[in-house]
Write a protein that binds this ligand. Sequence first.
Ligand code: NAD
Length: 501
Amino acid sequence: MTTIQSETFTVHRAEGTSNVSAILPPTGHFINGSFVPATVSGNLIDVVNPATEEIITSVQAGTAADVDAAVAAAVEAQKTWGATTPKERADVLNLIANIIEDNRAAFEVIESANTGKPRAVAEDDVTSTIDTFRFMAGASRTLTSMAGGDYATDHTSVILREPVGVVGVITPWNYPLLMAAWKIAPILAAGNSIVMKPSEQTPLSTLKLVELLAGRIPDGILNVVTGQGRTVGQRLSEHPDIALVALTGSVVSGQAVAKTAARSVKRVHLELGGKAPVVVFPDADLQAAAAGVRNAGYWNAGQDCGAACRVLVHESVAEEFTQYLAEEVGSLVVGAPDAGEAVEMGPMISRPHFERVKEALAEARSAGLTIAVGGSALEGTGFFIEPTVITGVPAGAPIATHEIFGPVVTVETFSTTEEAVRRANESPYGLSASVWTRDSSLSLRVPKQLDFGTVWVNAHLVLANEVPWGGFKGSGYGRDLSLYALDDYSRTKHVMINHGA
Ligand code: NAD
């Protein structure tokens, strides 16, 4: 097998500085349609560009009092918003889509500066964000409930679908704008209002969004409080006037939210971590599978809950597949977002995360695993890690079962289909998986046996707004995207009318 030397990778760096400062949003909390100062001033969180390590700006570290003010606005606004027709709500969602589209360049620049992601990834995020709002605008107008009917003599039943009320939303740093859209669009479409906390590391695209929406959508239906999970997120999870809290983030944060929410018997919607297996059968198109992992394992620098990060390949084709994979991964171009269109992979989001990924690589080395490609941090400014492939990984190795959330793909082998399914399912996560085969029987049988919320066949990380996204087991519960998200953010009410004598 070819070992590609780590010298292959260099960081492409931008000449000059990014043009983000001219388009930065205000940095207060956004409550009832305008930016307001924090209740406690002077508590600030620095927002860092992970490609340059420069501080872009600072945002408010919100408090419980800030959340309470936002919830009060959301409660008031929801009374009117919840009574609007699907068409009126769809008009607002289409307006949001149009505003994002008209300002897409600003969103791409802000998202790239705040996350370090290549411009192509930011462009894809913005395109998907616009489509999420457009899809939910249309979908909300088609939503129906079970038909009414006569189920008791002289009684007619009607099933109503209602908003749940005020929804608390907590988003992560990997796709700040897109993850916000996945929540905002269905939650507003279903007639709820929102108090949202973006990740303290990446609040800028969310603040830009509300800056552009101010005065153009009803005041108070979308409020944003910036700050830490342990304060702002905690208050959202416990607030008595919040009916449901939706979080996309790590398992630990999901557990904290669910535990707190239990005290007020709040509904919880959790999109948590993942460790997606990629099961490659001997009859698969091995080159296509390797190209698929190149894209889906290293997209957003592997900082993706659905990343194709754990290959299980049949032992008879392992060497050939790994050769293709090494060639594919060895050709990835690493760099800062402003360093040109060729850049495919950016840095880790922060220094602590960079250190965690380095630690996982050091553990792999000390466990005697083979680093076929990459395996190290890249020199210089920014939190860059080489695209990495680790082979010879034994069953149950921690590196193959725990989320690394970086550009690291591990390769294990299997000998029977039964073993491949069992090993793939031996994971605390259940978000997504892929199966690579040309056998029509395997392409249906194996996905049915895999315990994951999404299973792709001969593809990985292909998403569409029409189909649900969400996990099983440790990856949480609740569904983003599709009509299922609208279901999650509404409630049904049975009205039974006695029309007997
Ligand atoms: P994180 O859990 O550290 O943070 C996510 C959000 O939760 C942040 O806004 C954070 O401030 C908040 N938070 C943290 N502790 C909290 C608490 N005790 N109470 C309330 N809120 C709290 O996650 P992250 O590092 O920002 O994102 C990476 C994680 O997100 C990964 O595990 C990834 O797999 C997961 N993720 C999942 C999906 C999905 O669709 N399933 C999508 C994207 C990311």
